[in-house]
Ligand binder design. Structure first.
Ligand SMILES: [Zn+2]
Ligand SMILES: [Zn+2]
Length: 489
């Protein structure tokens, strides 16, 4: 381990030198494009001197600014920057999405437009998690020829970006071949447009995307890019990439949170692949991308069932720890996109913490002090070691089913493989007895308390609303929430 850290820091120094050298070249490039903006920036008190051409008003501040060339009016959107709701004990509920893509990989919009959407929809935190890349360094793209920008509308993507943030914000150039290009700004250049203490925060992230076994691991609050590594098996690949995130966190003294994404995407990950991974603490029990098969099918288990298998076997058979379930968007398609496959706003987490900082949110997540949701709002989650109490903040006209789900000691551990037409086992989670993940109690109503009998291996909560989800993953889907598994004490 120590040796690993030493060689990493050696690599890091080399990388920093490399980056510094590149940056000097990049700075010269930017200087050309930014001359006008700098002139504007120094032009305090002399009016615009430049027509933005789209007649917006700046709702930010009282003076009609000249040194603020960017349109900040999105900050005044009615649902932006909400105060968090108190959660007792000086803590608050913070709403966030941990899985989002932009034009830095295969999302179809500029990151500022995407962050703007989340701000306007009342989120408190957002992790931009592009595939095998951090939002750093020098990147340009031609919106007419970039495949991902085209899906979002090609030049319209650029026009919308420019209208929203103003001519002075958007950087364009002609490249050596005479092509029009727009700069993809790095996180550190745009985060100040959005962040406000105790109201909204961006968290650096990456989707470590391994292609041979289709193992994708999000690394929230990462400091340095981690390229995916392929192991001999799916299980090994999950282990290697998750451990790489924790090792980096240790090396930097910064908490980082790896989570396993969409296990059912291309039926890549079975519950049995997750069971033995020692440091697996989080997986996506819901991902808003329509290609990820949250609800299973064709003999493949749904993610709730897989979660129960993972919890039961880890806790009762392997002596390993609990795994928590996250809901995320995995958004790729934004304003005017031609695709509805992966729109934002489908799944998120509500984290209970005193402060809105990555350190506090990760500590709360690691303690299971959060719930995941696709539209059901909870106002109470209390577990005192013997009683698990849950309350729903009901939406008008909606009714709720609250399920306490768990496995009891002495369960029937038998299981059989899923087979194809020829009787050959397929790469799918096995079929377990009904004892694994049984509904221990079900209540129709807005609140419920489950008294543990003491023989439960774990208990978790799922709340199902009568309301259909409009921005759905699967048609006919109802809004849900998942409170995290607890262990009897
Ligand atoms: Zn993925
Ligand atoms: Zn993704």
């Amino acid at each position: 381990m120590q040796q690993g850290i030493d060689s990493r820091s050696g690599r890091l120094k080399a990388l920093q030198r490399f980056r510094a050298a590149r940056w000097i070249g990049a700075a010269a490039l930017i200087a050309i494009g930014a001359t006008a903006a700098h002139a504007q920036g120094n032009d305090h008190g002399h009016g615009h001197g430049h027509d933005h051409g789209h007649g917006h008003t700046h709702g930010h501040g009282t003076e009609p600014h000249t040194h603020m060339p960017t349109d900040y009016s999105y900050q005044d959107a009615p649902n932006a920057y909400p105060a968090p709701e108190p959660a007792g004990d000086g803590k608050y509920w913070w709403k966030g999405n941990l899985h989002t893509h932009s034009l830095w990989s295969d999302g179809d919009h500029f990151p500022e437009v995407i962050v703007d959407w989340y701000v306007q929809h009342g989120y408190h935190f957002l992790a931009l998690s592009d595939h095998n890349v951090l939002l750093r360094g020098e990147r340009w793209l031609n919106p007419e020829t970039s495949g991902y920008a085209q899906r979002g509308g090609g030049m319209d993507v650029y026009e919308l970006y420019r209208e929203r943030f103003g001519d002075h914000w958007v950087e364009t150039r002609e490249n050596e071949d005479g092509e029009f290009e727009v700069r993809l700004k790095p996180l550190n250049e745009f985060r100040h447009l959005f962040e406000r203490a105790g109201r909204f925060m961006l968290v650096e992230s990456e989707e470590i995307t391994e292609s041979e076994h289709v193992v994708h691991v999000n690394a929230t609050n990462i400091m340095e890019l981690i390229m995916p590594e392929t192991g001999d098996t799916v299980e090994d690949t999950i282990r290697i990439n998750i451990d790489a995130v924790y090792e980096q966190g240790e090396a930097y003294g910064q908490p980082m949170l790896p989570h396993l994404n969409h296990p059912n995407f291309r039926w890549a990950v079975r519950a049995e692949d997750m069971v033995p991974v020692e440091n697996l603490q989080f997986f996506e029990v819901y991902n808003g991308h329509r290609g990820v098969a949250n609800f299973g099918g064709d003999g493949y288990a749904d993610l709730d069932t897989m979660w129960d298998v993972v919890l039961t076997r880890r806790l009762a058979e392997e002596g390993l720890d609990i795994v928590y379930g996250l809901a995320t968007d995995d958004a790729h398609h934004y304003e005017d996109s031609q695709s509805d496959v992966a729109r934002p706003g489908r799944g998120w987490v509500m984290v209970r913490s005193r402060y809105l900082t990555p350190e506090h949110l990760i500590a709360a997540l690691e303690a299971g002090d959060f719930y995941s949701t696709t539209g059901v709002k909870l106002n109470r989650i209390d577990f005192d070691g013997e009683r698990y109490a849950v309350g729903v903040d009901p939406a008008p006209g909606a009714t709720y089913t609250i399920q306490f789900i768990g496995t009891r000691e002495g369960y029937d551990p038998s299981r059989e493989p899923i087979v194809d037409e020829d009787g050959e086992p397929i790469h799918a989670t096995m079929r377990y007895s009904d004892d694994v993940g049984e509904v221990l109690m079900e209540v129709e109503g807005d609140e419920a308390v489950y008294e543990l009998e003491g023989d439960e291996i774990y208990v978790r909560v799922k709340v199902i609303s009568s309301e259909l989800k409009e921005n759905y993953f699967a048609e006919g889907e109802r809004k849900k929430a998942w409170a995290q598994p607890v262990l009897p004490q």
